[in-house]
Design a protein around this ligand. Structure first.
Ligand code: WTA
Length: 635
């Protein structure tokens, strides 16, 4: 990354200017200088946001694992690629070198091939944060299979929906997972999911917790013996630049989760370039991102971005409060972590605990701190800056999305002066803009609007799996010729961006995106429920928590409301997962609706957030009286 590795603010502006004036040249130079290609591209970029169609590095041939693994073998073969820190602090960490990782990825790739997996086939990966997860991801990429990692906290029903949507042939899972002092029966969840997935022929099972599980004959196989028997070498499938690399599901405001499709060359170039600049990684650093590989942050900034840079990337299996709230800092000290990347919700949870959990440990190795996933509040930012960074380590508040593939707006440490709660400036190549409600771009500073991007960048998702029309409608139809993010933002007098939050019906709870519609659908399945509406309300640790307004059918009236609430949360857990449970449930006789029958969520949101001073004009509602009732009974 020499040429565009930014070292100070002046350089940032120079590089940024070039990236906007000559985007194709800019990305071409980065692609040329930093990666190995089997064949170079014929054309850097062709695009049309109205279709939408995007092609980066068309004509190029490559395999991303040759960039993440093979090319490092002779320069840093014995360097740790993945440093695995187990859930139990007394279990030895595992240092997997580039050489070993290469071998293990090849073995896994050969196992997949033996099971008949070919280029373009979809592979569902439902694994905890153990090395097999990263290895499976890379093994798919090695043979050109499309991985679809499903976060191992999703329920059987949610897993089945995702498996069926992309027609996965195979599932890679484990007997179970460790989470603090608990174990979770992952294989049981897979078995249940597969009752409704006829597309799956094979299940490969890693052994992690040594539990008694049922193996279905002819379908389920233990991974270890297959890996042991497999060759340690596997030729990389030569991929076209625009061949799909993976599908990753994200919640929409309505309907099914969206299977965002990322393709090979552009994703590789962008995730690697941004990793290098945003974390200012240098060769002997140890980098740790606490996300799960089940989310985009883990894909781009635990696996692909760091490995493409030859970095040492930590994979942590456990949770921040096991065995106690000092665990993160114990790991920072133990592995001398240099870059630490986490979510605001984790920071808020840690900040609530006694400072002695932090003070016990030597954090002097830290150079750069990062946050991602939701807006960080000022208090959490200062706690992080004062107690973890000791006011010496810049905080990069990185704004981006599953759909963007990589970080879009972020300070560059040691270059961009930071201001709490501001993601600051766009990275090179990124052209954000703010739009008003009439669809016009708002120019000038000290303003706010809907955040869009007006020019393509290499790691944009190319489509929604099986539903290009939805891709177009969701991201390219609200504003003509712009990619619409779904977020609101303000731009201050100096041009810094501050993300204010979602402007659609997606609610971010503890950093997880949740669509309201699928949760409402789950609630409405309850036989006693007639109708429901979900809104978010501010929560000290989670950022937002969920508040449900529920109208009961006659059958439900007079029933014990605590029991009903429990049953509703149980249903949500089964349909989606425990992350979508409601914090508060208010039973009501009606919901405020417009005359056309649309639920006025704005009013419900204000009541849930205890901000009823300005509810606006409610007289035009179909049923204005219900607002009073809801306010009186608010929780
Ligand atoms: C939100 C996570 C404020 C935003 C990489 C976005 C943020 C959604 C930030 C995407 C940030 C992410 N400040 N909000 N630094 N980073 N968000 O797809 O609403 O899980 O649209 O990707 O998280 O979440 P996703």
């Amino acid at each position: 990354m020499s040429q565009y590795h930014i070292k100070n603010l002046e350089e940032y502006f120079q590089v940024y200017r070039k990236s906007v004036q000559h985007p194709e040249l800019f990305w071409e130079e980065i692609a040329e200088e930093n990666f190995v290609w089997r064949k170079k591209w014929d054309n850097v970029l062709s695009w049309d946001f109205s279709k939408p169609e995007l092609k980066w590095f068309e004509g190029a041939k490559l395999n991303i694992t040759e960039n993440c693994l093979d090319r490092h073998l002779h320069v840093r073969g014995d360097k740790t690629a993945i440093l695995f820190e187990p859930n139990d602090p007394n279990e030895e960490p595992e240092h997997i070198t580039y050489k070993e990782l290469h071998e293990r990825v090849c073995e896994m790739a050969n196992v997949l091939k033996d099971q008949g997996i070919q280029k373009g086939d979809r592979v569902c990966i439902y694994l905890p944060m153990i090395p097999e997860l990263a290895i499976s991801v890379l093994a798919c990429a090695r043979i050109g299979a499309i991985h679809s990692v499903v976060f191992a906290g999703f329920s059987a029903a949610a897993l089945a929906t995702r498996i069926n949507d992309s027609d996965c042939k195979i599932v890679i899972t484990s007997d179970g997972s460790f989470r603090g002092n608990k174990t979770i029966d992952l294989k049981g969840i897979v078995d249940k999911a597969l009752e409704s997935c006829s597309c799956v022929e094979t299940v490969l099972v890693a052994k992690r917790i040594n539990s008694e599980i049922v193996m279905k004959k002819g379908r389920d196989f233990w991974l270890a013996p297959l890996l042991e028997a497999a060759y340690k070498d596997c030729n990389a499938e030569i991929m076209n630049a625009e061949d799909p690399l993976f599908i990753l599901y994200t919640s929409g405001s309505t309907g099914m989760p969206k299977g965002m499709v990322h393709t090979t060359a552009g994703y590789m170039v962008y995730s690697a370039y941004t990793f290098k600049n945003v974390f200012q990684y240098s060769e002997n650093d140890v980098y740790w991102c606490t996300a799960d590989i089940g989310w985009i942050t883990g894909h781009s900034y635990i696996v692909y971005g760091p490995l493409a840079n030859g970095a040492t990337t930590v994979m942590f299996e456990g949770v921040p409060n096991y065995p106690d709230w000092g665990r993160f800092w114990e790991i920072v000290e133990k592995h001398k972590i240099n870059q630490f990347y986490t979510a605001p919700t984790a920071i808020r949870a840690l900040a609530k605990e006694n400072l002695s959990f932090v003070e016990k440990y030597d954090l002097s190795s830290l150079k750069v701190l990062g946050t991602v996933g939701e807006p960080i509040n000022e208090e959490a930012w200062h706690w992080y800056n004062d107690n973890i960074g000791k006011k010496k380590s810049p905080i990069v508040d990185t704004w981006w999305q599953t759909e963007t593939g990589g970080i879009m707006i972020s300070p560059i440490p040691f270059s961009t002066p930071t201001i709490p709660t501001f993601a600051t400036l766009p990275l090179p190549g990124i052209q954000p803009c703010l739009m008003d409600e009439n669809g016009d771009e708002i120019t000038g500073n000290q303003t706010n609007g809907r955040l869009c991007v007006k020019f393509p960048w290499p790691s944009m998702a190319r489509t929604i799996w099986g539903n290009h029309q939805r891709y177009k409608e969701t991201y390219f139809s609200t504003f003509k010729d712009k990619y619409f993010t779904g977020d609101g933002a303000l731009r201050d007098a100096t041009g810094y961006y501050r993300i204010t939050g979602r402007v659609d019906d997606v609610i971010i709870v503890s950093g997880h995106n949740l669509g309201t519609a699928p949760i409402e659908d789950a609630i409405n399945e309850h036989p006693a429920v007639a109708e429901s509406a979900i809104v978010g309300f501010p929560h000290e640790v989670k950022g937002n928590a969920l508040y449900g307004y529920v109208i009961l059918k006659e059958a439900g009236e007079g029933r014990d409301q605590d029991n009903l609430s429990k049953e509703i949360n149980q249903l949500i857990t089964e349909r989606i997962g425990p992350i979508a449970k409601l914090d508060k449930i208010q039973f009501t006789s009606g919901l405020p609706k417009t005359r056309s029958g649309k639920i006025m969520r704005r009013i419900l949101r204000k009541i849930a957030g205890k901000d009823t001073s300005n509810l606006g004009d409610t007289s035009t509602l179909l049923n204005p009286d219900v607002v009073q009732e809801i306010m009186e009974n608010a929780l």
